[in-house]
Write a protein that binds this ligand. Sequence first.
Ligand code: GRF
Length: 202
Amino acid sequence: MLTARIAVVVSGGGTNLQALIDAQARGELKSGQIALVIADKAGIGAIARAEKAGIDRKVIVRKEEGFEEKVLAALAEHRIDMAVLAGFLGILSADFIARFPGPILNIHPALIPSFCGKGFYGLRVHRAALDCGVKVTGATVHYVNEVPDGGRILLQKAVDVLPGDTPETLQRRVMEEAEWILLPQAAEIVCAQIVREKESNE
Ligand code: GRF
């Protein structure tokens, strides 16, 4: 059966990557396969997760010259159809977005348009939500464009803020109850669209 080839771009522990790996193992990624993991620095937990799952992986250091060129080359070399930014801390340029032919998804740990954009990542997002006193937060999967967290929203899931929450407890709940559920669902939706397009072009 035709499947879309997925690349996952990571910068950290890789729990969202693991959610994709586990979904694939459960047969929930019917239209896609994780074909490549790109880590933007060495020694991060996400690399070990990819290795354990037997997924091709490359370290392309974001701080080094020519990062985007190298990523584009790796995506082409691995015949990637779509990319997922999973805990990726970089901002891709408009040029990169224009040159990669497929869709790019990102998971953001808040309900966009709240607590998003430049400087809102990791625990900072949850600290801002707690400082604001919101009673509900959540996660968003959106298409990536050149505006940080600015692309069209694909899926969202709400998560309650509980009395006594810290940024750490809230982050964990948002990951468990929203991010790790939404990202595989979103990947399957987009991969299914890609497969339909491939089949109609045959
Ligand atoms: C977490 O803050 C998550 O909410 C966001 O990126 C960070 C690390 O994710 N998406 P991961 O564990 O590396 O997937």
